[in-house]
Design a protein. Structure first.
Length: 732
């Protein structure tokens, strides 16, 4: 039996010689397998062909096929297939990442009577060395999606390292893919026919020289096209209903995957961004800085300086505590806070996947977890330094544990619900949902325990904090309930949710209907509590998409439940199942487009900020930061970033909240008015034009009474990088 080993190579001069030597030594010399090694030089420009010719002088089994542009992995492999003379074809990478010992394993399986052998890097016995984490995550998502679509047990179809009988290749061809998607095209062509296929564990080692030619962002649409074509090919003889269902399922998974991948790239590009990634992030970093330095987390905000903190303390204890332990700078506190927030988001995804797997199986868990990433409320609020995502994760985890109904789960679940409330007050909605579920399911003792224990612990924590650590803690926390309500704000926030992520509402409502129909009254009541509670809290002035974070839980739990139900009832009710799946495709499109747009914007802004073009902006920021840190210079600013670096000397840190408190009469800024009248502020640095009418209505600007004082006493001296800089007018 002659084995033809195809080795596509583009600019692999640094690694190809070692690869060819190992192939010949191990496959032929050590194991006695007859082989020919066909190297396809894919329009290389680094002398790859010359290196191969030198190896041909040493080993006559090596053959060189020179291919001109256009280049592409698929084109190179197809060119190699045209020159095969052996009985078995093996595709191996030129970067020496594949283990030649596995080729011998392939040959032995072919000799047993198998037509194809698929190598898997993700089964027991596989050997991975330095496999990139991000690449592994994307690989698992893509291969799991393909498994679901084609109902196959092979879990590494994107791996090029496979063996085929030459006759199989001839029968399944010709192939059309031009890049790495060829690996999926060949594998899916084979799996749709009645060939005997074995899957074996293989090794993979990260390259030590050269650069990878795989561009993930470019390959995603190509992989999707190959999968769609292969799915249509497989279903060409099936009934149209089955075809329609599978197409809809493929579309759901494709959209969810694209959305999740875009979200992950959004995080990658923004996690170390040097400026705020969302409005008021610097305010949250200021609170963490206070914990880090031992300053009061809840100062007396109604007297000057007016530093307000109406958030619960847990998140700031975590971020500030890590900052203190690591000696972090203010800029590093941003990264720490973002990392904590993003980790919380991933933990929430894991919790949802775990719960759905326990209730509805692996497929429902995979789809649900995939759909939990990339929804509109996650942009900004699942990455910025802010407690919302962490509180939501703690509340979700606590709620899911309490639903298991066992004492071992209820106690830690109750503890997590308390932690959630201590992270952000609105997370009490999860505690309420857990209590409502227990009451509806007539578990009155558990409901009483949750209510009493949480109330007692929260009261004790409040008492201890107020009495010892933070005397203004209780009065600050209670201020949150005095935030005005606005139907206009609710319409704006809800309208944004419907525009950007309508699936959160629609799928949640579909899940509620299903739970009610199936008489799962406890789950219905709990999810209705989360849905209604989220909508009600959005009436607060200043509400944004973060108030709809609990809808991620309701929609994902609904997706998992409906997914499992669809697979159970497809034969009995195909029309309903197809209609529901098609509806899911439609409602996922807006959030997918929004996710891709946000990722592109993050990439563009990140690229700009690290480019020479942004140097003047960063220099202006640096100069202003030095200015506000100068001890003998008094600066008034509405910039949260500059106020952050002012530290204890900031007049206020949250311009939106400060303006609201002044407007509603809860703060009387007399000290600031006097200093503006007397010109005691050496500089006034604003993010808008003080003398424009628009600034009077600017939600993140100075209150109107301070604007009028500043206009009288100050004149503009500079305008740079979006900042308007003012100094006192000369006195006559």
């Amino acid at each position: 039996m002659l084995v033809s080993i195809i080795v596509p190579a583009r600019n692999e001069a640094q690694s190809i010689a070692g690869c060819l030597q190992r192939l010949g030594r191990i496959v032929r010399d050590e194991h006695g397998v007859s082989c020919e090694i066909i190297v396809i030089d894919d329009a290389s420009t680094d002398g790859t062909a010359e290196v191969v010719r030198a190896e041909m002088q040493r080993d006559p089994a090596i053959r060189l096929v020179t291919k001109t542009a256009p280049s592409g992995f698929g084109r190179a492999v197809r060119a190699g297939l045209d020159h095969v003379t052996g009985d078995v074809v093996v595709i191996s990478m030129a970067d020496a990442s594949d283990d030649p010992e596995d080729i011998v394993q392939y040959v032995r399986k072919i000799e047993e009577g198998y037509d194809c052998v698929f190598g898997s890097r993700f089964v027991p016995g596989a050997r991975l060395v330095h496999y990139p984490t991000g690449k592994r995550v994307l690989n698992r998502i893509a291969n799991r999606a393909i498994q679901l679509l084609f109902w196959t047990s092979f879990n590494d179809l994107t791996n090029a390292f496979k063996a085929y009988r030459t006759q199989v290749i001839r029968e399944c061809g010709p192939f059309s893919a031009n890049d790495f998607d060829l690996t999926v095209e060949i594998a899916l062509r084979v799996t749709t026919r009645r060939y005997r296929i074995a899957q074996v564990p293989v090794g993979w080692t990260e390259r030590t020289a050269g650069r990878s030619k795989l561009k993930l962002l470019q390959m995603i649409p190509r992989y999707l096209a190959v999968v769609a074509f292969s799915l249509a090919y497989r279903l060409r003889d099936s009934r149209w209903v089955s075809f329609a269902f599978r197409v809809c399922v493929a579309a759901v998974i494709a959209l969810a995957t694209a959305r999740a991948v875009a979200y992950l790239f959004y995080v990658i590009w923004y996690v170390s961004f040097p400026l705020e990634v969302h409005a008021l992030e610097a305010v949250m970093v200021h609170h963490a800085w206070r914990v880090q330095t031992g300053s009061p987390l809840y100062p007396a905000w109604d007297s000057y300086p007016h530093v307000t903190n109406f958030f619960a303390p847990m998140y700031f204890w975590i971020v500030g505590g890590v900052g203190r332990a690591t000696g972090a700078s203010i800029s590093n506190l941003f990264t720490i806070g973002r990392s904590v927030t993003f980790l919380s988001t991933l933990i929430a995804t894991g919790c949802l996947g775990w719960y759905l797997r326990k209730r509805h199986g692996t497929q429902a868990a995979f789809v649900g977890a995939l759909l939990s990433l990339g929804t509109a409320p996650l942009y900004g609020f699942s990455l910025m330094t802010r407690p919302d995502a962490t509180a939501d994760t703690a509340g979700l985890a606590g709620f899911l544990l309490t639903t298991l109904g066992t004492r071992k789960a209820t106690i830690p679940g109750g503890a997590l619900l308390i932690v959630a409330v201590l992270t952000k007050q609105t997370a009490a909605i999860y505690l309420l949902a857990a209590i409502v579920k227990c009451l509806v399911e007539r578990q009155h003792r558990r409901a009483l325990w949750l209510t009493a224990s949480s109330a007692l612990v929260l009261a004790l924590v409040t008492l201890v904090l107020t009495a010892s650590y933070a005397p203004f803690f209780l009065s600050s926390i209670l201020q949150e309930r005095r935030t005005p309500l606005s139907s206009a704000e609710w319409i704006r926030a809800t309208g944004r949710l419907v525009e950007l992520s309508p699936e959160m509402l629609i799928i949640s409502l579909a899940g509620l209907a299903w739970w009610l129909r199936q008489h799962e009254r406890g789950m219905f009541a709990a999810m209705a509590t989360l849905l209604v509670g989220s909508l009600l809290t959005a009436f607060k002035v200043g509400a944004d998409l973060n108030y709809f974070l609990p809808l991620r839980a309701t929609s994902v739990l609904a997706v998992g439940t409906l997914w499992a139900a669809a697979h159970r009832s497809f034969r009995q009710h195909p029309g309903w199942v197809i209609a529901g799946t098609a509806g899911a495709v439609i409602v996922l499109i807006p959030s997918t487009l929004q996710a891709i747009g946000a990722a592109r914007q993050a990439r563009a802004l990140s690229s700009y900020i690290y480019s020479p073009a942004a140097a003047p902006v960063l220099e202006t920021y640096a100069a202003l930061i030095r200015l506000v840190q100068t001890p003998n210079i008094r600066v008034l600013t509405d910039s949260t970033m500059l106020a952050l670096y002012q530290k204890e000397r900031a007049a206020f840190t949250d311009p939106w909240l400060f303006r609201l408190l002044v407007t509603t009469g809860r703060i009387q800024p007399r000290q600031m008015e006097q200093w503006l009248e007397s010109g005691s502020y050496d500089f006034v640095v604003l993010t808008g034009d003080l003398n424009s009418r628009q600034y009077e209505d600017y939600d993140f600007g100075l209150p109107l009474q301070l604007v009028l004082k500043a206009r009288t006493r100050y004149q503009q001296v500079s305008h740079a990088a979006g900042f308007f800089i003012y100094r006192p007018r000369p006195t006559s």
